[in-house]
Design a protein around this ligand. Structure first.
Ligand code: SAM
Length: 240
């Protein structure tokens, strides 16, 4: 079987296991993103996961998992630290009527995202080059998104300062975490409260193959105070 066939058949099985359906053409477009990732991955240092089935499950299905559990977002979304486009690109393909911003600090990754957006094509996505600590202060970004998603970017205590400023009141910050998710929540209790977040739930799920995941769902309950996010580097050096 060719890599693209292996990818699509693993993705199909995973979607069925999660009870997820996708709009027409979305699978093929995920296949196109996968092909670009395979072609450019090494050059742009995009991912360590390389087998077609592994990529289908550990990147694409994992990115889509919240849609098996939560109602879809009612407004624009932002993926903070999108890397090669996870979870933002699979989500944008599953929700073609929702606008997605893919925010990424590394220039060459943004170059890849822009090529992918043009090539796939992904008209509901925009790749933005910059740091969350800067864009979190910009009008049109701050307190503007229904969902703020982030995967594999930073420990929650630090990540909350990158993400919560983007969420509008009543919006959600979804942190894709592994088995340490709940422990990170305990460490981040103060940060979440200072930044205007309240834990809504922790959804435990397993991917086909058995990898355990936790989706931390944080509700934006009050505006993020003006001093946050602090200047680049401070959330890491002195987490709240
Ligand atoms: N989310 C992707 C995934 O799950 O495959 C990429 C994960 S990668 C380990 C983390 C990414 O976050 C890197 O591409 C990095 O450049 C980006 N990043 C880290 N801190 C950031 C910040 N403060 N603002 C924007 N991007 C950031």
């Amino acid at each position: 079987m060719r890599a693209s066939e292996k990818f699509l058949s693993a993705l199909e099985a995973g979607l069925a296991a999660f009870g997820l359906s996708l709009p027409p053409g979305a699978r093929e477009k995920m296949g196109r993103h996968f092909a670009l990732l395979s072609l450019w991955g090494r050059r742009f240092s995009l991912t360590a996961i390389s087998g077609a089935e592994e990529v289908a499950i550990l990147h694409y299905l994992d990115s889509l998992a919240p849609l098996a559990h939560l109602p879809p977002p009612e407004g624009p979304c932002i993926d903070v630290g999108s890397g090669a486009g996870f979870p933002g690109i699979p989500l944008a393909l599953a929700l073609p009527e929702v606008k997605f911003v893919l925010l990424e600090a590394t220039r060459k990754k943004v170059e890849f995202l822009r090529r992918a957006i043009e090539d796939i094509p992904l008209p509901n996505c925009q790749a933005v080059w910059g740091r969350a600590e800067e864009y979190g202060r910009v009008t049109g970004y701050r307190e503007s998104f229904a969902w703020v998603v982030a995967r594999a970017v930073a420990p929650l205590r630090e990540l909350a300062e990158y993400t919560l400023p983007f969420a509008r009141l009543g919006g959600l910050f979804l942190a894709y975490k592994g088995p340490r998710g709940e422990a990170e929540l305990a460490e981040a209790a103060r940060a979440l409260s200072v930044l205007g977040g309240e834990v809504s739930e922790v959804w435990h799920y397993s991917l086909p193959g058995g990898e355990k995941r936790q989706l931390l769902v944080v509700l934006k309950v009050s505006p993020t105070p003006a001093p946050y996010p602090r200047r680049p580097g401070l959330a890491r050096k002195r987490p709240l």
